[in-house]
Design a binder for this molecule. Sequence first.
Ligand code: FAD
Ligand code: DLZ
Ligand code: SF4
Length: 515
Amino acid sequence: MPACRNLIFILGDQLSHSISSLEGADPARDVILMCEVAEETTYVRHHRKKIVLILSAMRHFAEELRAEGYEVRYVRLDDANNSGSFTGELERAIKALKPQHLIVTEPGEWRVLDAMRSWETTYKLPVDIRPDGRFLCSHKDFQAWAEGRRELTMEFFYREMRRRTGLLMDGAQPVGGRWNYDAENRKPAKPDLFRPPRPSFPPDSITKEVMDLVDARFPDHMGKAAGFNFPVTRDEAQRAADSFLASFLPQFGETQDAMLKGDPFLNHALLSFSINLGLLDPLALCWAAEREYFEGRAPLNAVEGFIRQIIGWREYVRGVYWLFMPEYARRNYLGSSRPLPSFFWTAETKMACLATVIGETIDNAYAHHIQRLMVTGNFAMLAGLDPHALHEWYLEVYADAFEWVEMPNVIGMSQFADGGLLGSKPYAASGAYISRMSDYCDGCRYDVRKKSGEGACPFNALYWDFLDRNGEKLRGNRRLAQPYATWLRMEEGQRETYRRSAQAFLAKLDAGEVV
Ligand code: FAD
Ligand code: DLZ
Ligand code: SF4
């Protein structure tokens, strides 16, 4: 085989034709490497639908590149000589193709970047690690923004991104006079029988082959391949985006924080997996959403809320991840160490909220933001579950989970394990919040109105016990002044009842009883 000039290595979450590693690529000269490897599929036990999504999207992308004339060296998971790791496959490709340069786009995980940095020495080959142009804010820009700030408040970062992009801007001012319309987006929802159907993406022969492979190879991973319905090409992802913009965006704001039994998607976008894999361009989506507002088809609170999630939160958590890794992964500000209960994998719990959210996670490899934050995340923090084990669980179970976005959301936003770097107060709530924002409590084996003792909603006593046992670390937080004042106003007898009720619940949890 003639020597190729550049070997371009494309990872499973870099499936974009405008990815930086492809800039200047020449099909007549360069070879592309893509590989399905055991190490990536098992470093946590990813949900089966997540593996199907990534491998099927990779295979479809390789076909698109071949149709453009590229030679793609594509290694399948079940290929006889597959070495099982990125480095092993790279080594085999270098031996076979003898390239003069290696080109990659920086990966989304610190662990992979760390390995990449040694490739130049190991393979005695120039390695060009290019910035990932799919993000608005480079590592250097985020560093510059963070420099010298006492608090890394997302809202201020978001305003910078609004100014930088011009999205929803009227000169130097935000359209409508306000930057943030979140106050209008906190309503509970009623079942809506008229919610339009979601587009479906029936598996083609490529996806079917991957589904069989995944079921056979990963029998002990969560979920099943059956029922797989994710977009696996950019055309399918665009169809999903068009459907969201036309049919769901107008109500996106209203139901953003709501949770309903039997309606796991409400008006959410279901686009995070497509964006994170590279099938959709996040900025193009924001421009399309802005158009819906300017042309009168969607209200400002919905469009601003959607844009904020993407150019605000999504960019911000990536900035935090790269600024504080690898030390960020070990943060455990509240010193929590309880192992995850088995119901995180089975959904077998008497708590209807957790049974619903985890059950939907097992079925769909998806839960929406408030389910992740205020049900599973809130429970984990109140019960003192080990944040690192919880991070691995989130990385496993959600189809959109890649460490750069998952870890700050879990360690920072949901567990306060970073000590308040990402959020100014812990997202801790009693059963009253879940009852207000969902219909889960109707028919739950526990009574949300009962505060302690047998049959009481466990979130109630756990909430007070959480504040009590973390008092030293949290009492000084201005945003917790009101709950601490309420706690201190209580009779000592009442406080003791809460403590005992929480301890009785946690003892059952530790004993492996069904709670
Ligand atoms: P929508 O609610 O419709 O939001 C629109 C888009 O905004 C999403 O597609 C996503 O790209 C972006 N977005 C919204 N919130 C966030 C956020 N907090 N951080 C980054 N992007 C955001 N998101 C992931 O992409 N991967 C994860 O692994 C992940 N783990 C999470 C873990 C926890 C504990 C929490 C609280 C949130 C997590 N999120 C994660 C953020 C958010 O929950 C998901 O992006 C969202 O639920 C995806 O569904 P959707 O496309 O329907 O989003
Ligand atoms: C998550 C994942 C999985 C399950 N499998 C593969 C794979 O076989 N090949 C691949 O290139 N990428 C895979 N990925 C995504 C990678 O884990 C991801 O690209 C890195 O973690 C960097 O973000
Ligand atoms: Fe969850 Fe408590 Fe409501 Fe049951 S009563 S669904 S445990 S919040």
